[in-house]
Design a protein around this ligand. Structure first.
Ligand code: C5P
Length: 220
């Protein structure tokens, strides 16, 4: 079919992952979760006792790790060297460690290269979600948008996602501190030229999916 890359960036807790998956399902596109790739490298380093302080070792880990993900938006599945890490990469210890991978420029270059290869392999019929997709990974995407939400909405959603097991302080640390760290490498809060913004603070899930689909239709 015709090339349709939908690039979605945004902060954590903006709902971009579940919204992007639903958009991919509705449009019949593949789905690529790039954050899961950063998380997978972090998991691999922790599991293999690779020190995050050793930038060359982290970069080498990003280059050599065998990771795969189901790019069917209806199936969530991540493997590293054949091990199912779907739940493990969502653990708080990974969220806390992942910025060491995200701020490693060699590791980033490698993951960006892999992401671009995956987009090509899927015939450029894909929704790609992350922090630097609209600007770095796929600046040539047919539709580019930033999904934002107020700090309050993001903390509430992440809290629900984690099943109310975290205190307000833990949540704030995980969501806001991670965004602050991420902002040092990629500017995902401000839409670049030609990039649409969808603010989901006052929209429910279905309305957010509709708003994103409307942006895609307007853009193509
Ligand atoms: O989206 P998710 O919260 O799973 O992303 C995990 C981490 O991966 C982010 O906090 C960020 O540090 C990093 N990341 C990135 N670039 C992307 C996607 C994620 O730096 N495109």
């Amino acid at each position: 079919g015709k090339s349709l890359v939908v690039a979605v960036d945004g902060p954590s807790g903006s709902g971009k992952s579940s919204v992007s998956k639903a958009v991919a399902t509705r449009l019949g596109l593949a789905f690529l979760d790039t954050g899961a790739m950063y998380r997978s490298v972090a998991w691999h380093c922790l599991n293999g006792r690779i020190s995050f302080a050793d930038a060359a070792a982290v970069e080498a880990a990003a280059r050599t790790v065998k990771m795969a993900q189901s790019m069917d938006p209806g199936t969530e599945m991540f493997t590293i060297n054949g091990i199912n890490v779907t739940a493990a990469i969502r653990e708080p210890k990974i969220s806390e460690a992942v910025s060491a991978v995200a701020t490693n420029l060699g590791a980033r270059a490698e993951l960006i290269r892999r992401q671009q290869a995956l987009i090509a392999e899927h015939g450029r019929r894909i929704v790609v979600e992350g922090r630097d997709i609209t600007t770095v990974v796929a600046p040539d995407a047919e539709a580019r948008l930033i999904l934002t939400a107020s700090e309050e909405a993001r903390l509430r959603r992440r809290g629900l996602q984690l099943g109310g097991t975290q205190s307000a302080e833990q949540l704030a640390e995980q969501v806001l501190a991670r965004d602050a760290k991420d902002s040092t490498v990629v500017d995902f809060q401000r839409a670049a030229d030609g990039v649409y913004t969808v603010d989901s603070s006052d929209l429910d899930f279905d309305a957010t999916v509709d708003a994103v689909i409307a942006v895609v239709r307007r853009a193509v």
